[in-house]
Design a protein around this ligand. Sequence first.
Ligand SMILES: [Zn+2]
Length: 178
Amino acid sequence: MTNEIIFYTQLSSIVLFVCTLFFLYRVLVSQKDATIQLLKEKNSFIERQLVEASKFSPDALAKSLSDRVRLLNEEIVRLAKDKENNQEKINNKEKELDEIRKEGEELSRKISKAHELMQEFFCPTCGEAMAERGYESESVDYQGQELDVEHEYVLYKCGLMVVDGEEIRECAGLGARP
Ligand SMILES: [Zn+2]
């Protein structure tokens, strides 16, 4: 009975993880097409993350995880019938279950990271894609010397413009502030 309770607790955390993964993956896929070109040009690190994330289709991942969990469950139940002689094996199976969860969490972390890194490519208000990003240098006079100061500007399709992290023109897209 105790084993079953432990198992179901672990199972529900795995199910929760898979649901989270599904959600993140969907968001990622829906945003991927619009930005893949941009990502390729601008940030090979994100590209690597995306490629890695896309290897794990949620269906395949969920199936592989649930298959392994199901097999382990059957084994644990079987071993639990002769608990005294099988305690060590049961412990090993529980360790395996723990490994699966860690593996899942690692994948989830990678997908979250890719998702997080992609955030800046979309308007935080309406979700429109970034249209342009660049740098402009400005000459400033500092104690009689001419210095070049670089400003980063980001322009989104909805009109939002951000310079050096500061919003200088508001989003005019759907869902924009009234
Ligand atoms: Zn916007």
